[in-house]
Design a protein around this ligand. Structure first.
Ligand code: ARG
Ligand code: ZN
Length: 472
């Protein structure tokens, strides 16, 4: 909106300069996607978020969520408008304090048009007031907001933020978080990082969580319900906070017997991956009915079903391994998922060996032998599986086989140096499969193009010879 007020002299010229060149000089809408070929509309263009401050209130009885997101960002291009990814109902948006126009667009875009365009390279504060019933929202026909008998859980991959906070929803734009959620007294809110404080008044308790290291949007989690919270510190000095739904039924004992070993397993993994990258660790087991677990940063999500057959330290090892491979070092694009899942699976193999339940070599041979050449398993390329097969078994198991093949090729000294060096090389950042190959080549002094091509990029079963153990 340009006010048409006549201002004589220099001021008039200046305001014309500000008003007219804005569109003429290359100010343009930010792209509705960050440029990931698997998910063209995930994330957005034109800005980079440094911090999310979410101040929310949740009513478990009705699934109503309301509050304010304050987003600290910096523009990366001259912007006439910008998008956030979001599904709930927005009532007001402010850009640097001034009310801005906004409109929903596409499956999950919130388009914000500030009064004045935003110049490249400037800090910007976005305030979004919103409310809604997340369980009534879907995009592409699905929802990742999981209601429970006493609350709800936001945890999924590659998307879960749209249902509860507006964001630049792609791992390329990591940020720090303050997540503050008020719930009725007697109910808890669990999120990432450390609990800074709880404040009770007027029948509500507000939980203030802080995640002070860069965190991808899909690794940001929220659980509301009645939980038993345990706290401790690992021998290695990592504070641990775990939470168990009061309603886990028969799975309660096995869940605790597994997740209570978080501190021990964090310390054990540090021996392979280097120092634990965050100031808190732990997991939570809500009373959900979905089957998966997810490496939500510092506070892993576990479905109770993970413990239906008894204790399951293997899944705890898997999700904790992701804290280094996936969370501290995040993928650049979703096609790089092998770095997350292959290494988390390989950590489970190392744990199996440690527990005397089969060595990495035996497990690799077993996986190789159990899928005949005509098995569809081999048609999935772990290095570029496509969005539909991103979490296919092959990304995990063939992915771990590829890691065993790498170990065979470069030898144990270089292999374990890579395993520990990679999380240091890219701590709190982003990296691709290509970056990983280049790093392993640098550390080992070997060209690995052919090996990576065979194990990660061919839609066929590699000849066994390629994985022959190095003579040693
Ligand atoms: N990264 C998760 C894991 O550690 C995969 C979760 C995929 N499942 C899902 N429903 N999104 O296995
Ligand atoms: Zn995983």
């Amino acid at each position: 909106m340009h006010r048409r007020i006549f201002v004589p002299g220099v001021l008039a010229a200046a305001s014309l300069l500000l008003a007219i060149p804005a569109s003429a000089a290359g100010y343009a809408p930010g792209a509705p996607g960050i440029g990931d070929p698997y998910y063209p509309y995930y994330g957005n263009g034109g800005y980079d978020v440094s911090h999310y401050d979410l101040r929310l209130t949740y009513r478990p009885a009705t699934d109503e969520l309301e509050g304010t997101a304050t987003i600290e960002a910096r523009t990366t291009q001259d912007l006439s408008s910008l998008d956030l990814d979001f599904l709930l109902d927005v009532s007001e948006v402010r850009v640097d304090g001034a009310k801005a126009a906004f409109a929903a667009s596409g499956q999950h875009e919130l388009v914000i048009t500030p009064k004045a365009p935003l110049a490249k390279g400037t800090p910007v504060t976005l305030v979004i007031r919103y409310r809604g019933v997340p369980s009534t929202k879907s995009a592409y026909g699905f929802s990742t907001w999981h209601r429970t008998p006493d609350g709800a859980v936001a945890a999924d991959e590659p998307e879960s933020a749209w249902w509860w906070f507006p964001s630049n929803d792609h791992p390329l734009d990591k940020a720090t978080y303050d997540v503050s959620v008020a719930v009725p007294d007697g109910t808890q809110a669990i999120s990432n990082g450390t609990l800074q404080s709880t404040v009770s008044k007027l029948g509500w308790t507000r939980y203030n969580w802080r995640s002070a290291k860069p965190q991808a949007t899909y690794l940001t989690t929220l659980a509301i319900g009645k939980f038993d919270v345990t706290t401790g510190t690992s021998e290695g000095g990592v504070p641990v906070v775990n939470a168990y739904s009061a309603d886990l039924g028969d799975n309660d004992g096995a869940a605790r017997a597994s997740v209570e070993r978080t501190g021990e397993l964090v310390d054990w993994l540090s021996g392979y991956f280097g120092p634990y990258p965050f100031s808190s660790a732990g997991g939570y087991v809500p009373n959900t009915t979905t089957g998966f677990a997810l490496e939500t940063q510092t506070r892993v999500y576990y479905s109770p079903r993970q413990f239906a057959n008894g204790s399951n330290t293997s899944v705890v090892v898997h999700e904790l391994a992701h804290q280094w491979y996936g969370d501290s070092v995040s993928l650049k694009g979703w096609k790089d998922i092998w770095i997350n899942e292959g290494f988390a699976r390989y950590a489970q193999w190392l744990w199996s060996e440690h527990e005397g339940e089969g060595t990495t070599r035996e497990l690799a041979d077993y996986v190789y032998a159990s899928h005949p050449a005509d098995d569809a398993f081999w048609t999935v390329k772990p290095g570029d599986p496509g969005p539909d097969d991103q979490f296919d078994l092959a990304v995990y198991d063939r992915g771990a086989l590829a890691i065993q093949a790498l170990r065979d090729e470069i030898g144990d000294d270089a292999f374990f140096a890579v395993l520990k060096g990679w999380p240091r090389e890219h701590a709190y950042g982003n990296a691709s499969v290509d970056d990983f190959r280049a790093y392993a080549e640098r550390v080992s002094g070997k060209s690995l193009t052919a090996l990576f091509d065979t194990w990660l990029f061919q839609p066929s079963k590699p000849a066994a010879a390629t994985a022959a153990p190095a003579a040693s």
